[in-house]
Design a protein around this ligand. Structure first.
Ligand code: F6R
Length: 584
């Protein structure tokens, strides 16, 4: 949440930062700003709205100089206003700072600074940091020391990028949200995420918690607890092209279309470390959030039904309250590997002695580095805010792990068939576009499924509500009669996932119950009977039980996508949301 970037070198800083912010916009997009230093001093442009709209109005490229910082915001403290947009500055207007995270003691810091005469123009916690650095600078001539002293007074979570007039250097501090240093020739970068740097360098350092960094165009110095430290330089394998739309109207559509190939890559992932860690365990705990949590539900069902192993799946933010404290193995699932709720669960579990298996899409993310064993789901950069290909790749990897543990490796081939079945669904995307037109006038949607199609129902409802802002919720099909059935009436849509298999007859009965209440029934099914009961349908290919969560996710993603487009919503950047939730 919030994208931050810094640059020093020979290029026009505002151009590098503007382009980089566009790549980081998935992290927040309610406002944005850039500050640069030139011979004329420090200048800044910031405003509310999307980066391109602000640029069209204010022209970021008028900012001169070869050093600067930038920010794209997902509001935490203070509303979405021009004053609350970053960068923020101190009383002198010479110190500029951008921040990702939440400063928990900002109220007391602000009050103490106000007593000393500091005046604040915004409601943000970030502005307080700029003033704190200014205040520390009055006692300490060296800017680096003033910055370090200010950081030492903060509590909460942050990634900070700070510069000041009079020195060609940028200062960083990390405590939580990710921060990467990019190493170029006669130029240096920092950013929240790799895509912002791919046009310039592939050599990166992952800044660690507690690190204080000073970088210039020639190099960098990293200190932790006052001592100089070395950090490994990694070479990124992602390419700039992978983070482009490549002819698709939206990243979401591109990412949906990549899934056939990505499943094959996910199934080829090296899961040996995961299998070694989980082998023989009778109690496994999964932690994850959102879509990744739903992938965890699939894993639970496979582990319990095929291995007889007990598996608890706990939402990251609930782990602290729900855990026993005796967890021996915790499987953390996170596309970004940076979700604060999931990471804080991992850290708690580690403290009480649990081993961590990290399943993530980002090698070298915090989750990757903090886990005892890892699996890379290999979905490639996922830029759209909503998860699509990461879900199906997570499920593929988790299914492979479960089948390897249960000694049913031969069944992995039914998952390979999912690739082909996804392609078949994608070829018929036009039918889903038509279905979306029929459903777009409706306001309430229920998704139902049983067994392995229940997590897909949850995922289908989440996709729809996230990007269309329509009311959508999911239930295990048998659960409707225990309450939610009272909401059904004409115009309410029930999307029933009804794959052939042992659960089908009962799902069909539940569909009949919905039809009897005049709901608008839409079947996603390969069964003639289920389809004949429904007002509308999308005929699914017949898929193996194991492949249901993967293959059924795809038409639901497309349905949500086309409905968002019909309703003129931006599917890549849903309101109020941001990818990679780095605050709790
Ligand atoms: C939904 C979505 C979110 C994420 C959740 C966890 O479309 O994208 O629900 O799944 O924020 O994110 P990761 O997987 O990065 O931990």
């Amino acid at each position: 949440m919030c994208g931050i970037i810094g640059y020093i070198g020979y290029r026009k800083a505002s151009e590098v930062i503007f382009k980089g912010l566009r790549k980081l916009e998935y992290r927040g997009y309610d406002s944005a700003g850039i500050a640069t230093v030139s011979g004329k001093g420090i200048s800044a442009i910031k405003d509310i709205g999307r980066i391109d709209d602000i640029h069209a109005k204010r022209n970021f490229l008028q900012l001169e100089g070869n050093m600067g910082i930038g920010h794209t915001r997902w509001a935490t403290h203070g509303g979405v206003t021009q004053k609350n947009a970053h960068p923020h500055t101190d009383s002198t207007g010479k110190i500029y700072i951008v921040h990702n995270g939440v400063i928990e003691n900002f109220d007391s810091l602000r009050a103490a600074l106000a007593k000393k005469g500091h005046k604040f123009v915004s409601e943000t916690d970030t502005e307080v940091i700029a003033h704190l650095v200014e205040e520390e600078g009055k006692k300490e001539g060296d800017f680096g020391k003033a910055f370090a002293n200010a950081v030492a007074k903060l509590s909460g979570s942050w990634s900070l990028v700070c510069m000041h007039q009079g020195e060609e250097a940028i200062y960083l501090s990390r405590n939580g949200p990710p921060l990467i240093l990019g190493i170029g020739k006669d130029e240096m970068f920092c950013a929240s995420d790799v895509p912002a740097l791919l046009d310039y360098t592939k050599r990166v350092i992952y800044i660690e918690d507690g690190d204080l960094v000073r970088f210039t165009r020639e190099g960098y110095e990293i200190k932790n607890k006052g001592k100089k430290v070395e950090r490994a330089v990694h070479t990124v394998t992602w390419t700039a092209k992978m983070a482009e739309k490549e002819g698709f109207d939206h990243f979401m559509l591109k990412e949906i279309h990549e899934q056939g190939g990505k499943i094959r890559e996910a199934l080829a992932a090296d899961a040996s470390g995961a299998v070694a860690l989980l082998k023989g365990q009778q109690n496994i705990t999964v932690v994850a959030c959102g879509t990744s949590f739903y992938a965890g539900l699939v894993f639970k069902q496979l582990l319990q039904s095929r291995l007889g192993v007990n598996c608890d799946v706990i939402i990251g933010s609930e782990f602290a309250y729900a855990r026993t404290g005796n967890e021996r193995v915790v499987v953390a699932i996170s596309q970004s590997g940076e979700t604060a709720d999931t990471l804080s669960a991992v850290r708690l579990a580690k403290k009480s002695g649990a081993k961590i298996l990290g399943i993530t899409n980002v090698t070298d993310s915090s989750l990757w580095r903090e886990s005892d064993a890892t699996v890379n789901i290999a979905a490639g950069p996922e830029i759209a805010v909503v998860a699509t290909k990461s879900f199906t790749s997570q499920v593929a990897v988790l299914s492979k792990i479960a089948l390897t543990l249960s000694g049913e490796k031969q069944e992995i081939s039914s998952l390979s068939d999912a690739s082909e079945q996804i392609e078949q669904v994608l070829e018929r995307a036009g039918e889903l576009e038509t279905l979306a037109s029929r459903l777009a006038p409706h306001k309430d949607f229920f998704f139902i499924g049983r067994s392995l199609s229940f997590p897909s129902a949850l995922e289908g409802a989440l996709k729809l509500k996230e990007i269309t802002y329509l009311h959508a919720e999911a239930y295990a099909a048998g659960e409707l009669k225990h309450g939610p059935l009272s909401l059904l009436q004409k115009d309410v849509v029930v999307v029933a996932l009804a794959p052939s298999g042992t659960s089908l007859p009962k799902t069909i009965s539940n569909m009949s119950e919905c039809r009897a209440r005049d709901a608008q029934l839409v079947a996603f099914s390969d069964s003639d009977e289920a389809i004949s009961k429904s007002a509308l349908h999308f005929r699914m290919p017949r898929v193996a039980q194991l492949a249901i969560p993967i293959v059924y996710a795809v038409p639901l993603q497309l349905l949500a996508y086309y409905m968002a487009v019909k309703l003129e919503k931006d599917p890549d950047k849903p309101r109020n949301l941001a990818k990679s939730c780095t605050v709790e």
